[in-house]
Design a protein around this ligand. Structure first.
Ligand code: M6R
Length: 610
């Protein structure tokens, strides 16, 4: 999604803005631009394409040096990626960058046209610029004009705004879109997220909705509607700039997959006390999990797939019924929510618009909410009744990997906790599961990672295919959904995931000579069932790659073309290992196809629009 950056200080703004934009590249974008605030004038350069293209254009433009400016990476929503539609946009005295969507932009544009405004781009953002300028002309006051414009807008926004007659000042306001501010030795920043400023400081502010941020060389200030100074707590990132660098890995995605064993240990260990789950520090009051009669797990994409794993864990260990819901559907289908229900929101970024909307819907219906989120202080984390943070560290690659694994780990721990509170699991069994989550699971993944090159060699056999099917049963069926998404999003190979027993009810018609099928076998009890499905597809010509536990491969003849043995005990270690194996498969397939693994086409890291 769009990234915004702004700087005002005592050193030239342009290099800092470009560095900030590069740090935000991971969010996904198709165009970029900057505007520099000079004495009584604003100079804008913007361009479709990568930041390198913008830099070329900037060299040619030879702008006067400036100590203040704003920058933007655009992920097109209204209007194609083009120079004209790129941000910043200017109307009268106002130049701004925007992340979000102005839903009522057409009505606003019509109104503003009657006041003499003309629009040149296809964007909703240009209407936002005109609206702020309209009110600025009336009041001459930046803060009033921003509040007035915000009142008229239906939709989401984080705006970074320059006013032509106020050099050195940047104003910002947000609703439903992320925004941070920071003061550093060099000057002050606003940005979409902390990655853009981590090189300069680890302290930052996360302004709440309904206040205005003003930055200048002198510092960061916050104002409420009455024009009074408002408070905003300082937050601190607990990771260093090196966590957001590739550190010798070819891609962030590969680095993040390799961080999984540590991320799982780091996430699970602090939630254990005496070998049993203890969420007391994170989510007091959650201990009495037995009171919840039904759980809804809500998320999008990979997070929703982690929810499918959570459903299996919670239903198996705690015997509490779980519905897994796609966040974008949840609020519109009037879900049945009852007083003894718990809604769990899963999100890496904590800023996904659909997940945030689902959370607000659940809260409006008066049910208890729990967020499981990776980004500390993010909107979902702040608004939920309780939050458990996954401690995976920053995830930069668009394709989510370590965040998924830690979400699954926390859900397994949560399931054990709920089971104990319902007395549905004997304590020694609970202890064994917890022990496995901090030891056998990360150890097994670490052994798998050492065989990454073998998975690469196997992936080579499948890089030319157009379509691929994933099959598995039980937990493997849930793992397949995520394996399939991962492959699609970064390798652009079309794939579908099917419960192995369901294939014969229709989709098997697509299995013909040479069609690749990936089969997962980590559940010992279902091994023979999956082998039958493998036979069915092979007898129709499929080429089958099987990821199976060593135990399954030892005890059964698996009729496949390629076999990868998972060196992990069956149960949780094998399941987590299989998840990582499929991530590596997708990674290698995409890398072998020569694709931009970390920035797949059309995708954004944090989807902050509906
Ligand atoms: O930040 P979130 O976990 O809320 O993001 C949800 C999805 O947008 C995200 O998982 C998406 O599916 C990723 N591209 C998957 O790799």
């Amino acid at each position: 999604m769009c990234g915004i950056i702004g700087f005002s200080g005592a050193t030239p703004a342009l290099p800092l803005l470009l560095d900030g934009l590069r740090a935000l590249e991971y969010r996904g974008y198709d165009s970029a631009g900057v505007a520099l605030s000079g004495d009584g004038a604003t100079f804008t350069v913007k361009s479709r394409g990568r930041i390198d293209t913008l830099e070329e254009k900037l060299k040619a433009a030879d702008l006067p040096p400036a100590l203040c400016g704003i920058g933007h990476t655009r992920w097109a929503t209204h209007g194609e990626p083009s120079d004209l539609n790129s941000h910043p946009h200017t109307a009268g005295a106002v130049t701004l960058v925007h992340n979000g969507i102005i839903e009522n932009y057409a009505a606003l544009a019509h109104r503003l046209t009657l006041s003499g405004y003309k629009f040149h781009s296809e964007t909703d953002t240009e209407v936002g610029a005109a609206l702020i300028d309209f009110y600025y002309r009336l009041s001459g006051d930046p803060q009033n004009s921003l509040f007035a414009a915000a009142d008229d807008i239906r939709g989401s926004f984080a705006f970074g705004v320059l006013f032509e007659d106020r050099p050195g000042e940047i104003y910002a306001i947000r609703r439903d879109s992320p925004l941070i501010a920071a003061h550093t030795e060099k000057g002050s920043f606003i940005a979409s997220d902390v990655t853009a400023v981590i090189e300069h400081t680890s302290e930052y502010f996360r302004p709440r909705e309904g206040i205005i941020v003003k930055i200048s060389a002198g510092g960061v200030e916050f104002f409420d509607r009455e024009g009074q100074k408002a408070d905003c707590e300082t937050e601190r990132v607990d990771w260093s700039v090196s966590r957001a660098q590739r550190s010798g890995y070819a891609h962030f995605m590969l680095k993040e997959i390799f961080e999984e064993p540590e991320a799982i240990r780091k996430t699970v260990s602090p939630r254990l006390s005496g070998g049993l789950p203890d969420f007391g520090k994170d989510a007091p009051g959650l201990a009495e999990l037995s009171r919840f009669r039904r759980i809804h797990i809500v998320g999008c994409g990979t997070a929703m797939h982690a929810g499918l794993m959570g459903k299996i864990f919670i239903e198996k260990f705690a015997r509490i019924p779980v519905c897994v819901e796609i966040a974008s559907e949840f609020r519109y289908r009037d879900p049945i929510l009852e007083p003894h229900d718990l809604v769990i929101l899963l999100s890496q970024s904590g800023e996904t618009a659909d997940t945030l909307a689902a959370l607000r819907h659940a809260k409006s219906r008066g049910v208890a909410t729990l967020a499981i989120v990776n980004v500390i202080g993010s909107s979902v984390a702040r608004e939920a009744d309780r939050v458990i943070y996954t401690l995976a560290g920053p995830e930069i690659a668009v394709a989510s990997t370590k965040a998924y694994s830690v979400q699954c780990a926390i859900l397994a721990l949560f399931a054990v906790s709920a089971a104990l509170s319902k007395k549905a699991l004997p304590e020694p069994t609970a202890r064994r599961i917890c022990e496995s989550l901090v030891n056998a699971v990360p150890d097994s993944i670490a052994r798998l990672l050492a065989k990454s090159e073998r998975i690469c060699a196997l992936a080579r056999n499948y890089t030319d295919c157009e379509d691929l099917f994933f099959i598995g049963r039980g937990i493997d069926s849930a793992l397949c959904t995520e394996g399939s998404l991962k492959l699609k999003e970064i390798s652009y190979i079309h794939s579908e995931a099917y419960p192995a027993g369901e294939l014969k009810h229709g989709t098997i018609s697509l299995i013909t000579d040479g069609v690749p099928v990936i089969a997962l076998i980590t559940e010992t009890s279902l091994c023979e069932k999956v082998i039958s499905a493998v036979r069915e597809v092979r007898s129709r010509g499929a080429r089958v790659l099987c990821f199976a536990t060593r135990e399954a491969a030892r005890d059964h003849t698996i009729p496949c073309d390629d076999l990868f043995e998972l060196d992990a005990p069956s149960g949780l270690p094998a399941a987590f290992c299989a998840a990582t194996a499929l991530q590596l498969f997708a990674y290698h397939a995409a890398a072998l196809r020569g694709l931009d693994v970390d920035k797949p086409r059309n995708l954004a890291k944090s989807v902050t629009v509906e």
